[in-house]
Design a protein around this ligand. Structure first.
Ligand code: BDR
Ligand code: CA
Length: 328
């Protein structure tokens, strides 16, 4: 077997598109998942950790450690999770689940990230697809983290596309704007995969139905169930999504940006977050080399995905998930 190109920690709040992204990572031949860290967001952190363990257990990947992370935003009160989008259980209201024997790694998610980064300096990429509190706390434990991690890819934020929780804010950044701003100012080699690109890629439910028919496995049955629930939310909201009865794949695009960067057009610049006021959660990208008079733009530039080849991206997701990854 060829050695993995990407040693990866997945920081997540599963969540339907989080589950999709997890299975993309497990199915991809160039990704080796070394741990899953969890956060509040789409569900409580307890439910997020429960779902991560379950998704790994039914996919036969019980050897991958899972940790429980932050339960609330660092700098503002938490909110009720969006049960109407992901289901009260985060996986489209699955009903009774298969029993399994997996248990959490006892470390906090922040400590796990630091431990792994120290163990393999410069080798690990962190893909974060929920609020960024775990990474912000990891920075407190280890200020050298930006040098110890190879790269950080986040699903979150938006530059031009309107927000999905306010006219300017995307959900993951809205859920913990203080954490996101700390992460953006820290000097990571960071790529942002936000609504500018995730709203361009609609994944039809039929794709997940075919996937389930192809694999005939509890993992892809579970994913199909969850996506069907999630697609109802998006189809009710957007007529062009309803036309194909689909959903946005948000989190899985963070992985596609990692494995297939040629499918994305990017811009580079300082990235900051509005932490309060009506614009709370807005991600602001400095797109021009104008010497703006305010202080705060002198942070290391991030790479931000602005355009995506949507058809090729969709095709890639389907091809990877159709691989023979569940019988390994
Ligand atoms: C992001 O918010 C969550 O609902 C999704 O899992 C994704 O990470 C999209 O705004
Ligand atoms: Ca997510």
């Amino acid at each position: 077997m060829p050695s993995a190109r990407h040693l990866l920690i997945y920081d997540t709040d599963p969540g339907v598109d989080d589950a999709m992204a997890l299975y993309y990572a497990l199915a991809h031949p160039e990704i080796e998942l070394v741990g899953v860290t969890t956060s509040f967001g789409n569900v409580s952190v307890v439910q997020a950790a429960t779902n991560a363990l379950y998704l790994l257990a039914i996919a036969g990947r019980g050897h991958i450690p899972v940790t429980q992370g932050v339960a609330a935003p660092l700098g503002k009160p938490g909110e009720e999770p969006p049960a109407h989008i992901h289901g009260a259980d985060g996986l489209g209201n699955l009903g009774p689940r298969e029993a399994h024997a997996l248990r959490l790694d006892p470390r906090s998610s922040a400590q796990f990230i630091v431990d792994m980064a120290r163990e393999k300096p410069g080798e690990i990429t962190l893909v974060a697809v929920g609020p960024l509190g775990n990474l912000a706390l990891a920075l407190e434990i280890e200020p050298q983290l930006p040098k110890l991690l190879r790269a950080v890819v986040i699903m979150g934020g938006t530059v031009i596309e309107p927000g999905n929780v306010s006219p300017v804010a995307e959900a993951n950044i809205w859920n913990d704007p203080h954490a996101a701003d700390r992460v953006f100012c820290a000097g990571f080699t960071l790529t942002m995969v936000g609504l500018d690109v995730t709203h361009q890629v609609i994944l039809p439910v039929t794709m997940f139905k075919q996937l389930a028919g192809h694999h005939r496995h509890i993992a892809t049955d579970t994913l199909h169930h969850a996506v069907a629930f999630y697609a109802n939310f998006y189809s009710d909201l957007y007529p062009h999504v309803a036309a194909i009865h689909g959903c946005f794949g948000h989190d899985v695009l963070a992985f596609v940006a990692l494995t297939d960067p040629q499918l994305f057009q990017t811009e580079s610049g300082a990235l900051r977050v509005a932490v309060d006021g009506l614009a709370q959660g807005q991600t602001m990208l400095k797109r021009k080399s104008i010497p703006y008079p305010q202080s705060g733009w002198e942070v290391a530039p991030a790479t931000v995905c602005m355009q995506v080849q949507a058809d090729a991206c969709r095709q890639k997701i389907e091809t990877v998930l159709m691989r023979d990854w569940l019988s390994l």
